[in-house]
Design a protein around this ligand. Structure first.
Ligand SMILES: *Cc1c(COP(=O)(O)O)cnc(C)c1O
Length: 390
């Protein structure tokens, strides 16, 4: 088997799926060489999503930390409120080019489901979203949104009834409907070529950041910080800087209730090499090598695997990964809201929390850019509940 990222990646899937993945890879390679395809993708990112997203100097936040300058890449300002729409627009255009009429996707908290349903609505495609029945209960608002956008939400009742099971079912369904259906995966995970495709459609984040930072400061930044669930916002942010060795890249995972407890989602900090969802990567496994149940206050970081390129970037020490607990993330959520008037997604708040710790230790002429992957309207209620329970 071929591995795309050192010993990580690959295609751990049945033969029928391999054929579909080959077809997908050919279509993708062909599409990205076609200027018309790229122009159409960029057109929708600009006029529909609202790109470029701004790079904002968070002066108040920097001042209270008292060290390095902190900047925020405002993916929260995109249509639908997060980075995920960059990828769903790209993949839907690819689906259209391949002549597919129907879209299926998995979702955990519902963010990827909403971004997929949004793009499907705009391009007039039939859309079905698979979501764990537990998540359907916990994330009612996003279920209503997906339905409002014309998508069908199908509950998944197997296993832990959450994201990992929704991916399994979506892949199974894809095999049955491969002729007319496109599987729109939500992060840089899954069998090749998905991690490559999703990174391609998210790399605009880092491309814009580099240019915007040059315009403001006329140099490269010193640190980039992004949260890592599957790892798509981080990969899209880091990609443009991978060759710039002076730029320190930092991924932030969810430590949940702590790395010493069993309630976290810190795959790169605690995981072992294994296979999940068709890829070889780092996986949180128990003593019997079964995939662990993971936990984080943030539904978007609550995944027992991670994109294979992140496993590789950790092994080669190009990116450093740290974990931030629920408590630290909630605190950063409050601080950013009160000092800057920006309510971040609780996922993004993990990156903000780490950036604040880091900035405090650095001199004033250093710079830290946080990828603010999404807005926090969706989280206000659960943060309120968390604070009351403390
Ligand atoms: C889904 C989500 C994430 C986690 O996904 P990645 O693939 O790791 O980027 C992070 N932030 C927000 C706002 C999300 O919606």
């Amino acid at each position: 088997m071929k591995f795309q990222f050192g010993k990580f990646g690959g295609q751990f899937v049945p033969e029928e799926v391999k054929k579909a993945l080959d077809e997908l890879e050919k279509a993708f390679q062909d599409a990205i060489k076609d200027p018309e395809f790229i122009n159409e993708y960029l057109y929708y990112l600009k006029d529909y999503v609202g790109r470029p997203s701004s790079l904002y100097f968070a002066k108040n936040l920097s001042d209270i930390c008292g060290g390095a300058k902190i900047f925020l890449k405002r993916e929260d300002l995109n249509h639908t409120g997060a980075h995920k729409i960059n990828n769903t627009i790209g993949q839907i255009l690819l689906a259209k080019r391949m002549g597919k009429k129907k879209i299926i996707a998995e979702t955990g908290a519902g963010q990827h489901g909403v971004a997929t349903a949004t793009a499907a609505a705009m391009f007039g495609m039939e859309c079905e979203i698979f979501q764990g029945s537990l998540d359907i209960e916990r994330q009612k608002l996003n279920v209503f949104k997906m339905e409002m956008l014309g998508a069908k939400v199908t509950g998944v009742n197997q296993g832990s009834k959450s994201l990992a099971d929704a991916v399994d079912v979506a892949i199974d369904e894809w095999v049955k409907r491969i002729d007319d259906t496109f599987y729109l995966l939500g992060s840089v995970v899954g069998p090749h070529p998905y991690p490559t495709i999703v990174k391609y459609f998210q790399k605009i984040i880092g491309e814009e950041t580099k240019q915007q930072f040059f315009e403001k400061e006329n140099k490269l930044p010193d640190y980039l910080v992004a949260c890592v669930g599957g790892g798509s916002n981080a990969m899209g942010f880091f990609n443009e800087f991978l060759e710039d060795q002076s730029v320190n890249l930092i991924g932030v995972e969810a430590a949940g209730k702590g790395l010493q407890t069993n309630q976290n989602a810190a795959t790169l900090s605690l995981g072992r090499t294994g296979v999940i969802h068709g890829m070889r990567t780092k996986v949180l496994l128990d003593e019997h090598d079964r995939i662990k149940e993971v936990y984080s206050i943030s539904a978007g970081l609550d995944y027992p695997g991670v994109g294979p390129e992140h496993a590789y970037l950790k092994e080669t020490n190009r990116v450093n990964y740290f974990a931030i607990s629920d408590r630290e993330a909630v605190e950063a959520f409050q601080v950013l809201s009160k000092t800057e008037g920006i309510i971040p997604a609780i996922e993004s708040a993990h990156a903000v929390a780490y950036a604040m710790k880091l900035a405090k230790k650095l001199p004033k002429d250093k710079s830290v850019i946080v990828n603010l992957s999404g807005r926090g309207d969706k989280d206000v209620e659960s943060i309120e509940k968390y604070l009351k329970s403390q």
